[in-house]
Write a protein that binds this ligand. Structure first.
Ligand code: AMP
Length: 178
């Protein structure tokens, strides 16, 4: 039986660092090698499912775009629905929008206005939590629509940017920390 520690080590070996992408000074965590490896991809979903099976998740909100890659398969595993949280202007119907601060400037995230059933138990999923602004916006949209945010799950957490604190009291669950 492979231990959780071995499985996390395997995942870590499939994340690549790209310096100065998308701009100077950013160390980009590149997960395409992990996605391309069948064992690694399955392991991510297995580990998330082990954590959230039995938690009563009704809906998984995946954050555009790499969050979708884990949110949809996890939703299938948990028997939950999948809802995309998208960048402005991408959703075709009436939307709710929340803006959040970036290091320089602001950005916003949108959900269809009828995306979350009031009282739904929701898990937010993304690939990376950095400053936490994006995940906070997703959680805020869910709350505004009357959903209950059970937690937020990430493949990777950049701890030095304190995203975990930014989204508290929503609890963060990260597989790999840097
Ligand atoms: P933040 O709102 O600062 O937590 O940023 C999170 C979003 O930006 C996620 O959707 C990530 O995909 C992306 N992101 C931020 N920093 C990085 C990084 N160093 N490497 C890869 N993706 C990142």
């Amino acid at each position: 039986m492979t231990t959780t520690e071995d499985r996390l080590k395997y995942l870590r070996s499939h994340v690549r660092d790209v310096v100065d992408f998308p701009k100077a000074g950013i160390l980009f965590k590149y997960i395409t090698p992990l996605l391309g490896d069948a064992r690694a991809l399955t392991t991510v979903i297995d580990l998330f499912a082990e954590r959230f099976t039995g938690a009563g998740v009704d809906t998984i909100v995946g954050i555009e775009s790499r969050g979708f890659l884990f949110a949809a398969p996890l939703a299938v595993r948990l028997g939950a629905g999948f809802v995309p949280a998208r960048k402005p202007g991408k959703l075709p119907s009436k939307t709710d929008s929340v803006s959040y601060a970036l290091e320089y400037g602001t950005d916003s995230l949108e959900l269809h206005s009828d995306a979350i059933r009031p009282g739904a138990r929701v898990l937010v999923v993304d690939d990376v939590i950095a400053t936490g602004g994006t995940a906070w916006a997703a959680a805020e949209l869910v709350r505004r629509q009357g959903g209950e945010v059970l937690g937020a799950a990430f493949l990777l957490e950049l701890t030095f940017l304190s995203g975990r604190e930014r989204i508290a009291p929503v609890e963060s669950f990260s597989l790999l920390t840097y």
